[in-house]
Design a protein around this ligand. Structure first.
Ligand SMILES: NC(=O)c1ccc[n+]([C@@H]2O[C@H](COP(=O)([O-])OP(=O)(O)OC[C@H]3O[C@@H](n4cnc5c(N)ncnc54)[C@H](O)[C@@H]3O)[C@@H](O)[C@H]2O)c1
Length: 360
């Protein structure tokens, strides 16, 4: 508890993911209390406040951030607002749980890193896939050394027909920073790097394509389309990321593709002693013994409480016990640097060497 009391929370954004956070944190009422909510759409904020008995609705995020009765802020708004709101919250002395991607760009993410460096607050990025049962079971085996050295990995997520909110902020470069790469690719990148043991990425070669969105094809069910809106992001991205220790990661994601895909996110890890495959709710551990391939199936237990509640609890525990979250600002920044480099590589046609100089 913060000073022996429950963590007092304010939620910025009452849309899809804001609603999910409100639902999850409401379940942890022994550790926290939601004090206020805000959204540019005030009606939505009022609806959530009424549904979850949240006592205050503020007109603006700034008003919420400045409240003395709030310890921690959850930010679930379009990507362009992540950095300005996170920085304002950190500077106001609040702990922050920030939706992915950490920033709309590497530059925006750098601003968050700098603000958090001169603060002792917990700043955590919401990557719930690290908290999924199957990925946690794989991580446990990796930590026991069962895979040996992981020298290469393949991660991705092919959605066959899944463009979200065509024409809304999702498909506008200035508001989202990109298409499936920054939307779902960032989750896969984050999970793969974490399971690989956070090797330092040094170079990137990538390509992106927009073959569906501009023709109003490949439309999915997430978000309501605005047919008068703009679509200027990619709908497929592919990249090879090389690490300082010689290991490599291939990343492929789509919102829309003509491919026989089961729409399941995946990470395949190839180690010297064994391998591991994460495929959402199921996975496999792979090795060779007695001159034969041995596969061990892993799955999510039936009574699993869920990754999002574990993520929420981790945030509160980090605040209460003064610990660093596993999805730190540095991991968020690393993801943003790589995403920027993939887009740049696609634009220029060349390999991009990552620039780790934080002064720029
Ligand atoms: N971790 C996950 O699984 C996951 C899933 C979905 C979305 N997200 C992330 O969450 C964020 C929001 O996505 P979403 O699907 O909830 O979008 P959404 O469009 O459903 O909701 C966004 C909400 O933010 C409000 N808003 C916009 N600008 C605002 C501002 N300046 N101040 C206050 N409110 C503002 C909008 O009115 C809207 O209600 C994005 O960054 C997205 O990448 C994460």
């Amino acid at each position: 508890m913060v000073n022996g009391n429950k963590v007092k929370i304010g939620v910025i954004g009452a849309g899809n993911i804001g609603g999910v956070h409100i639902e999850q944190f409401s379940k942890l009422s022994d550790q926290c209390e939601i004090i206020a909510v805000t959204d540019a759409n005030q009606l939505l904020a009022k609806e959530k406040a009424a549904q979850y008995s949240i006592p205050n609705v503020t007109s603006t995020p700034e008003q919420l951030i400045q409240r003395d009765d709030i310890d921690a802020v959850i930010i679930g708004v379009p990507n362009q607002f992540h950095a300005p709101l996170a920085i304002a919250a950190i500077e106001a002395g609040k702990h922050v749980l920030l939706e992915k991607p950490m920033g709309i760009s590497g530059e925006a993410a750098r601003g968050i890193v700098k603000a958090s460096e001169s603060s002792d607050r917990v700043v955590m990025v919401a990557h719930q896939m690290r908290w999924e049962s199957v990925s946690m079971q794989i991580k446990e085996q990796i930590d026991r050394g069962e895979l040996g050295k992981i020298y290469t990995a393949k991660a991705g997520w092919f959605r066959r027909k899944g463009i979200p909110g065509w024409g809304t902020w999702f498909t506008r470069m200035d508001q989202s920073g990109g298409g499936p790469l920054i939307d779902i690719g960032v989750h896969m990148l984050d999970l793969a790097l974490y399971l690989m043991g956070n090797p330092k990425p040094v170079s990137v070669f990538g390509a992106t394509y927009a073959e569906f969105g501009p023709n109003k094809k490949g439309i999915g069910t997430w978000g309501k389309p605005d047919w008068n809106g703009i679509y200027d992001v990619e709908d497929l991205a592919t990249a090879l990321i090389k690490m300082e220790d010689g290991s490599s990661l291939s990343l492929e994601v789509s919102w829309a593709i003509h491919m026989d895909t089961d729409n399941t996110p995946f990470v395949h890890l190839m180690g010297t002693e064994g391998g591991a495959s994460y495929k959402g709710a199921t996975g496999k551990l792979l090795t060779e013994k007695f001159d034969r391939p041995i596969d061990t199936v892993i799955s999510k237990p039936e009574n699993d409480e869920g990754e999002r509640i574990r993520l929420s609890r981790h945030f509160l525990t980090c605040i209460q016990e003064d610990k660093q979250p596993i999805t730190s600002v540095l991991s968020g920044y690393t993801n943003n640097l790589i995403l920027d480099a993939i887009y740049e590589s696609s634009r220029t046609g060349h390999e991009v060497i990552l620039n780790w100089d934080m002064s720029k």
